[in-house]
Design a protein around this ligand. Structure first.
Ligand code: FBP
Length: 591
């Protein structure tokens, strides 16, 4: 066999090309192999001794207060009394600790960087403590599916996307039997600590488990994960991990579509973007790409815009562009918008209550029977609204909620609903164009000639498991170091967090009780970790408002391109975070 040069690495290679390709199987593409070698910088607190070492945590003189302290006192008495809302900061290095048995699980939707959280925990626990992985999230915890994590296995997934090392699920641990089951598993594996990597609902689980497991001598720590970006607490928790990677992936895809529109000059693309409730993802992608039209659910709710009003506004934007000869454009739609449109929100809340209270009766019915039954329970107005919706939407609204009582908005084709409604609205707006705009004869002619051609997209799953950006890779590794340190020092009911993202990252711990509020779930008031929605007074939203009419009327779009992992542009924060925290640049700096 002749010696050849590997085309990608310039290394001398004696393998045939076919063998080189076979070698790439099982997470060993040229990219995956290279990305594993990227360094993981650490927060200064963890290297005070010159080598990596866990640290103690002490109060930092700031507190977090829940929305309704009386309910938190009632539901989480021990935790609330112990925390007193106190935020903790990283302090001095710890002496060597041995023999601790810690487990980690992923919960909810995947987000880039999860594997680095585990790498951080494993690194800080060192060789004298044991780290267990829980397979398949909370469901696996209940089933006692734990295995010991080795450095070799972990090295294989370092800096790679996905949650596949453990798997995940959305089970809410809430019944007495489930709690007893968790206690049994904790006893069986003699666990001293449990780390839950999850979003708002999963961290709610973490708070309740922390309360429960205090008596078992097992601590529980949460790690803030969700691409939705709705797990935030001001400067203390600027963002959850996974948001940066997901939005950069979507921004690349939207940027490419935007580039296509003035090239082919005939399509309107309606792009739904993930984000179950909040519109952080849509806002971030809009700021990165500058499309013609972006819906922000929180603005829809604040203005109480009806579906009809939204469709009219969209229709006018489309025809105003057509008047200028721009027969194309891109519309961004946040996945959760359907729950923010007033009339649909009320309908969905009624449906949630009905579905929860008639769960067993509904289980045995087929869809058409379900629909008849549900209709019979609605008032005339809500019945008419439900019946006016396209079949696909109607069916999805009646589907089972997830185990936290959430409507599965990712399954609802809102982008198609809007396309269908806009198609009809355009006819009406064309027929009375002179009543809603001032047009020259040429512009009017263009409006009349305009033919609406659309494409729909849903970008969600494409962005959740990509390889983490440099930000998410470093952020998650350090969150792992913090979570591991907290469990080693027997802290419980805290969320690992990092503040000062633009300079000199600081490791802190937030009391989960201080992050809680009350929401209606399955028709009942429920104590949960608060969701941070887009603040329509925020600098990021205000900036968007100041630019959007330009983006609507001109081709002002830009294409951010693929995620950069090497070079000067690889160290950038999300635009929304930089704007909202008053930073002077997009660059993050760890130390
Ligand atoms: P988490 O809040 O659990 O991180 O999930 C976020 C998310 O990606 C949402 O954006 C989306 O609505 C949902 O997961 C879809 O979940 P599923 O994987 O169950 O389809």
């Amino acid at each position: 066999m002749p010696m050849t040069k590997d085309p990608l690495t310039s290394r001398i290679n004696t393998l045939s090309l076919a063998d080189q390709l076979t070698q790439m199987e099982n997470k060993s593409s040229a990219f995956e192999s290279e990305v594993r070698t990227l360094p993981l910088p650490t927060i200064a607190a963890f290297t005070q001794t010159g080598t990596l070492a866990p640290v103690s945590f002490s109060p930092n003189s700031h507190t977090l207060t829940p929305d309704q302290p009386d309910i938190v006192t009632q539901k989480l008495p021990h935790l609330f009394a112990t925390h007193q809302g106190q935020i903790l900061k990283a302090d001095t290095p710890l002496p060597t600790l041995t023999g601790k048995r810690i487990a980690v699980l992923f919960s909810g939707g995947p987000a880039a960087g999860g594997h680095n959280v585990i790498a951080g925990i494993k690194a800080i626990l060192g060789p004298n403590n044991t780290l267990f992985g829980v397979k398949s999230g909370p469901k696996g915890l209940l089933a006692g599916e734990l295995f010991e994590i080795t450095n070799d296995a972990l090295n294989k997934v370092k800096n790679l996307g996905g949650f596949d090392f453990l798997g995940s699920d959305r089970t809410k641990i809430k019944t007495r039997e489930q709690y007893e089951q968790v206690k049994l598993v904790v006893k069986k594996f003699a666990l001293n600590g449990l780390i839950i990597v999850g979003g708002d609902d999963s961290n709610t689980n973490a708070a309740f488990l922390a309360e429960l497991l205090q008596s078992e001598g097992c601590t529980v720590i949460g790690v803030p994960k969700t691409i939705d970006g709705d797990l935030q607490a001001g400067a203390w928790l600027p963002i959850s991990f996974g948001f940066d990677t997901a939005t950069k992936i979507y921004a690349e895809m939207v940027g490419n579509i935007l580039q296509d529109t003035p090239s082919s000059r005939k399509y309107w693309h309606f792009v739904k973007l993930m984000g179950r409730s909040a519109s952080h993802v849509a806002l971030e992608v809009a700021l990165q790409t500058k499309p013609s039209f972006t819906l922000i659910s929180e603005e829809v709710a604040a203005k109480q815009s009806t579906l009809g009003e939204i469709v009219t506004q969209l229709g006018k934007t489309i025809l105003s562009r057509a008047a200028k000869g721009l027969n194309y454009g891109v519309v961004l739609i946040p996945e959760g918008v359907i729950e923010f449109i007033p009339e649909l929100k009320t309908l969905i809340q009624t449906l949630n209550g009905l579905i929860a209270s008639h769960e067993t009766d509904l289980q045995i019915l087929i869809l058409t029977e379900k629909l008849t039954f549900i209709q019979s329970q609605l008032n005339a107005e809500q019945k008419a609204l439900l019946m006016s919706l396209p079949e696909a939407i109607k069916q999805q609204l009646l589907l089972e909620r997830d185990s936290h009582g959430n409507l599965q908005v990712s399954q609802i084709p809102t982008e198609q609903l809007l396309i269908e409604m806009v198609k009809i609205k355009l006819k009406e707006l064309k027929s009375k164009a002179e009543t809603w705009g001032e047009w020259s004869a040429k512009e009017l002619d263009r409006i009349m000639q305009f033919k609406f051609a659309s494409n729909s997209h849903f970008f969600g799953y494409e962005g959740r498991c990509g390889a983490p950006t440099r930000f998410d890779a470093a952020y998650t590794y350090n969150l792992g170091l913090i979570a591991g340190s907290l469990t080693l020092t027997q802290q419980t009911g805290y969320m690992a967090a990092i503040t000062q993202l633009d300079h000199d990252w600081q490791a802190i711990a937030l009391p989960l009780t201080g992050l809680m509020g009350v929401e209606t779930r399955e028709g009942e008031s429920t104590l949960v970790i608060r969701k941070a929605l887009v603040d329509i007074q925020s600098p990021a939203f205000s900036y968007f408002v100041s630019r959007r009419s330009q983006w609507a009327t001109q081709d002002a779009f830009c294409n951010p391109g693929p995620i950069q992992l090497w070079g000067p542009t690889s160290e950038s924060l999300p635009f929304t975070i930089a704007l909202n925290h008053g930073l002077s640049s997009l660059k993050f700096r760890i130390k």
